[in-house]
Design a protein around this ligand. Sequence first.
Ligand code: NAD
Length: 314
Amino acid sequence: MKVAIIGAGNVGATLAYTLLVRDIVTRVSLIDVSREKAVGEVLDLAHGASYLENPEIRAEGYEGVADADVIVLAAGRGRKPGESRLDLARGNAAITEEILADMAPHYRGAVVIVVANPVDVLTYVTVRRLSAPPSKIIGSGTSLDSSRFRYLLGQEFGIDPRSIHADVIGEHGDSSVLAWSMASLGQIPVTRYAPPGGVPLDAAARERIHQSVVMAGKEVIQRKGATFYAVALSVARIVEAVLHDEKSVLTVSTYVEGFGEIADVCLSLPAVVGRDGVREVLPIVLDDEERRQLAASAAGLREIIAQLGYSDRA
Ligand code: NAD
């Protein structure tokens, strides 16, 4: 099985490393507008081949997507100082359009995972521009934010984050929604759990965690310039679920057409992920405030999509 990664930057190269080290796949191809960069990363990875399971790591052109089982779109740039969200979206949408056009003659129906930001908008662009069922196009969305949420709750309670089920839904960005009402630890709602000698999280503690989740990416970028390890792990998990046809429930960005009032937008919700991409979005039950926040998140995304001129219903 083969994964083709378009964009061999921090995120793309770290994803390649993660896929190989976690033994999720042995065939990885890097495609980048800078051939030098792709070849450099491939050599660096290939020099570790004696510690891996017979990897086949290559720098390729777009013909490399033809036999890929999963294609990852990780090409794009970060936000420049003072740049608006809309201008970043416009710039990275143009890059995504260019890539999809180059890819089209070679595309044979692989699942596409969009990682470049703004990920929900670019997932929508891919749904609109690539000739493929929307279910085959997955945005990494809030899978990273959900991992951050679980980590922070784990730290708070002194509990393994893998024993905590907690999701961030909606936009991967400022309007993301922490679904507290669904969050559980074992079978207990996290809002009712108190660690030994402690008390349940009050409103102030929940707000503190909310801010940490929402600001997490910005904090890492301020300190080290980019985020790539955790996103690579979360995308590797999605790749794994697709390649092994796991039908695992992952919180990913997907084309939503009728989740309550929400329609014609890509945003994250818990979804069943397998070989053909997203099989279904789970009919989760939110409280009134979360529903309101999710609707606002969807409306903000639809506004950007409309401003960029993509939606046929704008
Ligand atoms: P980077 O600058 O390190 O790498 C981007 C790569 O894309 C570069 O190698 C560049 O040459 C390549 N590229 C640019 N235009 C291209 C084109 N037309 N065709 C092919 N390749 C092209 O950036 P990064 O840190 O790897 O981040 C990549 C994207 O991922 C950014 O949009 C970033 O915001 C996003 N990101 C998303 C998440 C998430 O959770 N979704 C997390 C971190 C980063």
